[in-house]
Every structure is written in C-alpha cells, then in structure tokens.
Design a protein around this ligand. Structure first.
Ligand code: GUN
Ligand code: ZN
Length: 440
C-alpha cells in the first residue's frame, strides 16, 4: 500500500446540477491510500496517517493532485499535424490532416506515431481517452497494442469512410464490417481497452456504411452492449450544408446517425457547434454526449459552442482536445479555452467556474465513456489514475498558487497558468508512468 500526501482535489459531484462548490472535494493537506492500483481511502492526511501509521508515505508537496484527465475526442494519426492555422475545417482536412492520415497505411510508420501520441497523452496527464483511430486496421492494432503496454484506458476504433475523401482512405461497407468485427473480437474488453465504432462523419459516409455501423454496435458477438459510438457533428457551416445536400431525407445532421440507431447514451459526438434545438432535444432524450473541443473550434474558426443550450436541453458535455485541429493534448488548456468562449458569448454564454473546468476535464469524460465507476475522481474503490501538477519554484504559476485564497481560487490559477511542463507525476492504476521527474 502507499499513502500519497498532496493537495488532493477532485469533483465527485456535478457542478451543472447544483451549486458548483458542492461538486468539489478538496483536502489541502490530503491523503489517498492506494492498494494494488485501487483507492482504498481518501481524506485529510492526518487522519489517514493515524489510521494507517505503518504504510509508506509518498510526499507530493506543492501544486495539486488531480484525477487523470479524460480526453473524449482526439485523433491519434494527427499527432504530427498540429498547428495548421488559417484554414476552415474542410480545407484543413484536405491540406493538413488527411495527407498525414494516409501515411499510417505503413504499420511501421503507425507504430512510431502511436508511441508519440500515447506518450504525449501521458505527458499531459491524460489517462483515459476516446481516440479517433486510423482508416487502416493494422494501425488500429498498433494503437491498441501500445495503449495496453502503457496501461491507458483507451476506447478507439477503425475510422470508416466510403465516399468524398481521399481515395486511399476509403473502404467498402463489406470491408468495414469484416475489419471492424475482427478488431472488436481481438481488442474490445481486453484489460482497459474498448472499441468504438467510428464513421469519420456523415459527409464521408454512405447510408450503407452507416447501416454497417448500426450492425456493429448492435450485433456484437457474445451480446456485449458496451461498444461505444463516436463521430463528428455540426462542426462547421459548410460541412453542415454539404451533409444536408447528401441526406435530403434527414431532418438534420444528427438525423443521419439517428436513422441508423446510432444516437444513444453510448454515443459521443464531437463539436456540435451549430446544433439546432431539435437536435439538442433528441440528444437530451437519448442521453447522447457532446465532446466540446474549444481550441479546435477556435483554430478552425468553427464557432462558439452553445454550452448553455446543451445544458438547457439536458445534453451532457465533456472536453476533447481534437488534436490535430486542437492545439495540444493538455486538457486544462481546453478548459481555459472553454471558459474564454463562454465569456465571449456574453449573455448567451454559460459562465464556467474553476470547478466546472475540472469536472469537464475529468469526471464528465468518465461519465461520457461509461467509465465513471472506475475513473474520473478519487472515490474509494476507483482506480488510482492521477496527475500531479507542480509548478517550478519561482514560476508565475507557483507565485499564484502561493497567493490563492482557497482551493477554488488555486484551481482557477491552475487552469489559467499550468502547462505540460508542470506535470510532475502521472499514475495509471497506481503505477507511476511519467514523467521521469524525481518525487520530492
Ligand atoms: N471532421 C471529419 N474529420 C475531422 C477531423 O479529423 N477533425 C475535425 N476537427 N473534424 C473532422
Ligand atoms: Zn475530430
């Protein structure tokens, strides 16, 4: 057993459901007792130490210990394609993202990219992610293999497109079915890995391939009902118009997925910037999730996410980095950008507190992925997945933490100032996996 001593901060409650402060749990001199990767107890260090005086103590002094971050939308093949500024979505896809995605046809190339991607996630404190895979099955194998080796909680799948995309990224509905089934058989439910059926977006998906997606989600051999579904939705106005032309029989963009039974509480839709009330009502009824990707929406000029309307329609929201359109893997940066965007919406925005930001970066994602019984906060019984943010002595972040009035204020300063350089420790199921910094 190990007793970690730190400023322990998490959000076991839901700040969108009541008073944000009630969703927070914080012990400035806190303890988390971990046995075999599982949290056994959590509370003030003094009382835990008195109860377990013989257990070794790991001092994590300075900064704060948070649950490992949960990224609900990130593209593994795009880790080398960050920073393509100055283009709207469809141009960016054609010029930046898709040429790089084609290179993953080579499994040796994919292997290096998978390592860069997963090591990048861990270095940023992300321990759970819903990952957009590759269009190439061997590259998805590589992703799962490397994720398993690192102990990460990864839900991912083969990306499916059968029209209006680069020729080399297309597949037939028949091949989509066979290759996805094979990947599901081999990876779904293996350790911390799970499968997500992943059409790229309706713009590049025919009715036939969406029907295959329904088959994959519903008819999993063995009757498993925990296959996830993810895709893009209502990101950009030109994209929304193109989808409307391609699916004249659908009421709206969400309808292209809904008519194939793909909108339910195991569905995570990235973006949803240009959602209609009808779509939000449908998502709310179905329990489908939106993955809000603030730096991506800003970089591509996609728009300002209507968070208030999502909440009013009962649609739950988590955060995604959307790398490579997003500007990095560090979830607190997404939290800060989400806050900025709600400020910029003025009266239409939903003012976010620091407690909301932590919830969006941790527990909300765990709920979106159906993993909240395992990760997302430090409740006893859950896996010890954690990130220790500790600023360098004398840094502006350190100065601000030293002058924080309370934990909520310290959290605000963390979202404002923390960077990946402040990640001083990351644990997955109790194993420290990075970075190689000495514990103090
Ligand atoms: N829509 C379809 N593919 C993509 C992608 O790779 N990134 C983003 N941001 N939107 C998409
Ligand atoms: Zn995306």
């Amino acid at each position: 057993m190990t007793l970690y001593r730190a400023a322990v901060v998490d959000t076991p409650g839901d700040p969108f459901a009541g008073e944000p402060a009630d969703a927070l749990a914080a012990d400035q001199d806190g303890g988390v007792l971990v046995r075999a990767g599982i949290i056994l107890a959590r509370g003030p260090f003094g009382s835990l130490h008195a109860e377990y005086p013989d257990e070794p103590v790991t001092e994590l002094s300075g900064g704060m210990l948070l649950p490992g971050f949960v990224d609900t939308h990130v593209h593994y093949p795009q880790i080398r394609a960050i920073g393509g500024l100055g283009m709207p979505l469809l141009d960016w896809l054609e010029r930046c993202a898709l040429p790089e995605e084609s290179r993953l046809a080579d499994p040796a190339y994919a292997d290096v990219v998978a390592r860069e991607f997963l090591d990048g996630l861990l270095a940023c404190g992300t321990t759970t992610a819903l990952v957009f895979g590759s269009h190439f099955a061997p590259a998805v194998d590589v992703l799962f293999t490397e994720a398993e080796a690192r102990g990460l909680n990864v839900t991912a799948g083969l990306v499916l497109s059968d029209r209006i995309l680069r020729e080399d990224l297309l597949c037939t509905p028949e091949r989509a079915l066979a290759e996805s089934r094979d990947l599901i058989e081999r990876w779904h439910g293996k350790g911390r890995l799970r499968y997500a059926v992943t059409p790229r977006f309706s713009l590049s998906a025919s009715e036939e391939i969406l029907a295959v997606c329904m088959e994959l989600v519903q008819d999993v051999p063995g009757g498993r009902d925990d296959i996830w579904f993810t895709s893009h939705l209502n990101e950009n106005l030109a994209e929304v118009a193109a989808v409307a032309d391609l699916f004249p029989g659908s009421d709206h963009y969400l309808g292209t997925y809904h008519q194939h039974g793909l909108v339910n509480d195991r569905s995570v839709f990235a973006h949803n910037v240009h959602a209609s009330d009808k779509e939000l009502a449908l998502m709310g009824e179905a329990g489908a999730w939106a993955a809000h990707c603030p730096t991506s929406n800003s970089a591509l000029g996609s728009g300002l996410f209507p968070l208030r309307r999502h909440v009013e329609h009962g649609v739950s929201v988590a955060l995604g980095s959307d790398v490579g359109a997003g500007t990095g893997l560090f979830l607190p940066k997404e939290g800060l950008q989400a806050y900025f965007m709600q400020q910029l919406l003025g009266g239409e925005g939903l003012p976010l507190t620091p407690v909301h930001l932590l919830y969006l970066a941790t527990r909300a994602g765990a709920l979106a992925l159906g993993l909240a019984d395992r990760v997302g906060d430090f409740t006893p019984g859950k896996d010890f997945d954690a990130v220790w943010l500790r600023p360098a002595d004398g840094s502006t972040y350190a100065v601000n933490l030293a002058h924080a009035a309370d934990t909520t204020d310290a959290l605000a300063r963390t979202f404002a100032l923390a960077t990946p350089a402040d990640v001083a420790g990351v644990w997955v199921r109790g194993q420290q996996v990075g970075p190689e910094k000495a514990l103090t």
